[in-house]
Design a protein around this ligand. Structure first.
Ligand code: E4P
Length: 217
């Protein structure tokens, strides 16, 4: 399973990239706003930090303008992945861009039928929003399960990028279901390494090692 981080904070991206565990980055207009930086400039910096796909989202709602925005965004770097919304215009844009060899992430997916359309439009990634689905009284993980089943039924190449993940259990369940990629905030990714018994065990080992009076170096 690939790990993407969902942020436009380059300090956090650098820290995670240094672990060697980061496969890509997703951004959206809200995350760009949070960064307080210029969109093009921050995307260019992120593309230089990670080798994997970096999602940069169009903001237009019509196909023609989405294509013009995508044209500008894809010139930033080879690893830019154009993010388009799950609308008819977004799907049309997805088809045109992927036919041309551009990576496309179709975002704001809240139903398996929407995911089916994205796969038919040749999307590189489909982003079902698990947390926001849960927030609205639906079952976000069931959505991932349904999409997995449909994509496997027809051997679609589109990768399921489970998004809007809020905690480590979301990540665990997505891994069990077989999501191809997860994207999560830096704090959630860091939390995956934590366990109270790991900390307790380390404390015990450190105390006993000190009693031996030895050093390794
Ligand atoms: C995915 O690409 C989105 O940027 C993201 O996962 C949205 O998450 P949120 O619901 O926490 O805003």
């Amino acid at each position: 399973m690939k790990f993407f981080v969902d942020t436009a904070d380059t300090a956090d991206i650098r820290e995670l990239a240094a672990t060697g565990l980061l496969d890509g980055v997703t951004t959206n207009p809200t995350l760009i706003h949070k960064s307080g930086r210029k969109f093009m400039e921050v995307v260019e910096e992120i593309c230089g930090i990670v080798d994997g796909p970096v999602s940069a989202e169009v903001v237009a709602l019509d196909h023609e303008t989405m294509m013009k925005e995508a044209e500008i965004l894809r010139k930033i770097a080879d690893n830019v992945c154009i993010k388009v919304p799950l609308t008819i215009d977004g799907l049309k844009t997805c088809k045109a861009l992927t036919d041309d060899g551009t990576l496309v992430n179709v975002t704001l997916c809240f139903s398996a039928n929407q995911a089916l359309l994205a796969a038919k439009a040749g999307a590189s990634f489909i982003s079902p929003f698990v947390g926001r689905h849960d927030d609205n009284g639906f079952d976000g993980l069931k959505l991932i399960e349904d999409i997995r089943l449909i994509y496997d039924n027809y051997q679609f190449d589109t990768e399921i990028l489970a998004a809007s993940l809020r905690h480590p259990i979301h990540v665990l369940e997505c891994a069990k279901i077989g999501a191809d990629v997860i994207t999560a905030p830096p704090a959630v990714i860091k939390m995956l390494s934590k366990h109270v018994l790991t900390d307790k065990g380390l404390e015990g080992f450190a105390a006993d090692w000190a009693k031996t009076g030895q050093t390794i170096l």
